[in-house]
Structures are given as structure tokens and as C-alpha cells.
Design a protein around this ligand. Structure first.
Ligand code: ADP
Length: 397
């Protein structure tokens, strides 16, 4: 079975074609600057040279057609005909309370997804564009939506209701949803496999640390709490997002800086976090480098980032009344050696026996605790695309 996985952004489209016989990636690529000048498709077939295609890519339909052309191209392609694709799996950001599981897409599902745009105005519309385009171009090929929020739908009410009047939930569906669910699910399942135990016997804390970051508590395979909330703004400090702040700061800044609702939303999402505190960059590599050169604000950013991670791990261990495994994943989790060292140094009280000599690597699956450590810590590269392909396979089988 061959499955095409699509991740549509507002002006970009990432894709991977999987052969599910061996879960191998046959080709992957990225369309950038859709609807803008200078749009480009970079196609990377496995075992063949990469190909760059410059074209006028006016919308997601044109992008998907171009991707299908590249996949079936005589020279650079990996399949002979589009009909070889058995199903398409789409990454969808917000499934609200409607989608607790990955779902086979039909007109009713699209209608329900359209209703959710209000909850994720930035993220859901591009996903829908991708789905609509596939429906037009490959009407006979089944499509599946895999939501970033689904894994978190098992959270108890006590974790997802905020300290607001309950009517805010019933009237406007204001609650914690959580994000990065596909990644948290992938690495928690992988952690259970590495522990050689069924996930139903484990308390796991997964740290997905990238441009956007979140930490999730997974007890017996079910999410009991997660740090992102109603939107992907709560919790840790992120590349450009503020994370937890006193909500009273919001109207205070709006008044002082004369900002309207759109401006403050933009400010909290794009100007804060690591970028805002450091004044250097939103990219952790640049901040680590600046801190190394003695930049105080860069060092402060790292200290805040590490402390916040430790706080969440500590509180989730308390919430689950214990923890067996902690996982680091995503760009920072997989690659930042100093972050892993600094965070683990504060977790000895939990029973984490960090092994410094085992931590000197990037982007691999490895344990970074000593053999016999009461709480194990793993670095596990995430693979959301594979998770989407697996769910798609299950649903169309
Ligand atoms: P996204 O949320 O956009 O998918 P990623 O998971 O790719 O983001 O993570 C991006 C982050 O990972 C950036 O802050 C980047 O600096 C960080 N990162 C990538 N490689 C390294 C590295 N070698 N050392 C430290 N941080 C890294």
C-alpha cells in the first residue's frame, strides 16, 4: 500500500510518499511560496538526485498537481501512475472536541472541519485547501485527516477546563485542546517499545521542543495533561510565542502600547518568547551561540527555557504521582545537547540518573540515563508523517 502524506501551510505544502510494506519513504518534498512570486517545488526521491522545479504555483491545487507530476515523472518519479497511490493522509491542526480520532474524510467531515476554522483561523484553512484540492484532482482516492489535537482528547475535564465561568466553555468551547498530539503519540508509543513494556503500564512525559513546544503527561497511554492550551500559545517559552504569562499583562500592554486585538495577538505569537527575551533570534542555535559569547539576554533566555521545562516535568510527575520515562523530541529536543544536560541536572530528585557521556549526539534514538536509572530519559526523533501514514492505512484498509 502506498500512502501520500500532505501537510499544507498557508503558502507551503510538505509531502512524503510512503510504501507501507516496509514504512519506507519513497520520495518527499516541499512546495514553497504558493500564491507568491518565486514559488518552487523541491522534490527529493529516495536514491535519486533532488530536483528543483520553478513554476507559477498559484494555489494548493496547482501545487498538488505539480507534486503528482514529480512523483510520476519518468526520470525523477518513484511511481508510474497516480493510481498507485492508495490513500492520502492530511495533517490537520485543530479537531476541536469533534475529532477525538483520525477520520476518513467525506463531505460531512469537511463541513465539520469548516466549522472549526473559528478556533484555528491561522492553521485550519490551509489544511482544508489541501483536502479540497485532492478531492478535485484525485476524487477516487480515499483521504484521511489526522488531527494535532486528537491524542489530547482523553484529558480529564479537570485538566482542560480553565478557571473561567463554565459558560465560557459551553458557549464558546474555550478549553485546553493541546497540540503536537501526533508527535506526542508517536514518541510515547516508541518509548513504551524501548522500555519493552505495554504503554498501559507506563507513566510517560513527552517533551516536544521545536519552534513551537509542548510537554505532555501520558498515563497508561492516555494524555492526562498538556502544556499548550486553547491555542498554541500557552506553556513553555517558544521561538516567538510567550508561553505562560499573567493574563492581566495582556490588557496592560494593549493600553500602554495602544494595540488592538489583532496587534496584541500578533505580538504574543510573533514577537515574544525566545526572540523577545533574547533580542537575538527565535532560533535556539543562534541563542546558544550568543550565550556562549557572553550575551546576557541570550543566557537569560536559555535559563528561562530550561526552568520552564523543568517546572512542567516536575508538575506532570506530581500530577501522575510518578513518572517512568521522559522523552525529548523535535528540533531542540533531538539536537540541543546543553538543553538536555541542564534539564536533566534538575531531575535527580525524581530518580533521573543522567549519563553525560551518553548525551553527546544529535538526531538519534538513544537513552541518555545510566543503566538502572529509576526514571529513564530517551531522545526519540519524532515522525509525525509516519504516524499519519499509519493512521491512514488503518482507516482505509
Ligand atoms: P518546528 O516547530 O518549526 O517544526 P523544529 O522541530 O524543526 O521546529 O525545531 C526548530 C528548533 O530546533 C529551532 O529552535 C532550532 O534552533 C532547533 N535546532 C535545530 N538544530 C539544532 C541544534 N543542532 N542545536 C540546537 N538547536 C537546534
Amino acid at each position: 500500500m502506498k500512502i501520500l502524506v500532505l501537510n499544507s501551510g498557508s503558502s507551503s505544502l510538505k509531502y512524503q510518499l510512503f510504501d507501507m510494506m516496509n514504512e519506507e519513504v519513497m520520495a518527499k518534498g516541499l512546495v514553497e511560496r504558493i500564491g507568491l512570486e518565486g514559488s518552487i517545488l523541491t522534490h527529493r526521491p529516495a536514491n535519486k538526485e533532488k530536483q528543483e522545479i520553478h513554476a507559477d504555483i498559484t494555489d494548493h491545487s496547482v501545487a498538488i498537481k505539480l507534486v503528482l507530476d514529480a512523483l510520476t515523472n519518468q526520470e525523477h518519479g518513484v511511481i508510474a501512475d497516480m493510481k498507485e497511490i492508495d490513500a492520502v493522509g492530511h495533517r490537520a491542526v485543530h479537531g476541536g472536541s469533534t475529532f477525538a480520532q483520525s477520520t476518513l474524510i467525506d463531505d460531512k467531515v469537511i463541513e465539520q472541519m469548516e466549522k472549526l476554522v473559528d478556533l484555528a483561523p491561522l492553521h485550519n484553512p490551509p489544511g482544508l485547501l489541501g483536502i479540497e484540492a485532492c478531492k478535485r484532482i484525485m476524487p477516487d482516492i480515499p483521504q484521511v485527516a489526522v488531527f494535532d489535537t486528537s491524542f489530547h482528547q482523553t484529558m480529564p475535564e479537570s485538566s482542560f477546563i480553565y478557571g473561567l465561568p463554565y459558560e465560557m466553555y459551553t458557549k464558546y468551547e474555550i478549553r485546553r485542546y493541546g497540540f503536537h498530539g501526533t508527535s506526542h503519540r508517536f514518541v510515547s508509543e516508541r518509548a513504551a517499545a524501548l522500555m519493552n513494556k505495554p504503554i498501559s503500564e507506563l507513566k510517560i512525559i513527552t517533551c516536544h521542543l521545536g519552534n513551537g513546544s509542548s510537554i505532555t503527561a501520558v498515563d497508561k497511554g492516555k494524555v492526562v495533561d498538556t502544556s499548550l492550551g486553547f491555542t498554541p500559545l500557552e506553556g513553555l517559552i517558544m521561538g516567538t510565542r510567550c508561553g505562560d504569562i499573567d493574563p492581566a499583562i495582556v490588557p496592560y500592554i494593549m493600553e500602554k502600547e495602544n494595540m488592538d486585538v489583532k496587534q496584541i495577538n500578533d505580538f504574543l505569537n510573533k514577537k515574544c518568547g525566545m526572540l523577545g527575551v533574547s533580542g537575538v533570534s527565535s532560533d535556539l542555535r543562534n541563542i546558544e551561540e550568543a550565550a556562549g559569547e557572553g550575551n546576557h539576554r541570550a543566557q537569560l533566555t536559555l535559563d528561562i527555557f530550561y526552568k520552564r521545562i523543568v517546572k512542567y516535568i516536575g508538575s506532570y510527575a506530581a500530577e501522575m504521582n510518578g513518572v517512568d520515562v521522559i522523552v525529548f523530541t523535535a528540533g531542540i529536543g533531538e539536537n540541543s545537547i546543553p538543553m538536555r544536560e541542564a534539564v536533566c541536572a534538575n531531575l535527580t530528585f525524581l530518580g533521573v540518573e543522567f549519563e553525560s557521556s551518553a548525551n553527546n549526539f544529535r538526531g538519534e534514538e538513544k537513552e541518555i540515563t545510566k543503566p538502572g536509572s529509576k526514571v529513564k530519559v530517551f531522545v526519540i526523533p519524532t515522525n509525525e508523517e509516519l504516524m499519519i501514514a499509519r493512521d491512514t492505512k488503518e482507516l482505509v484498509k
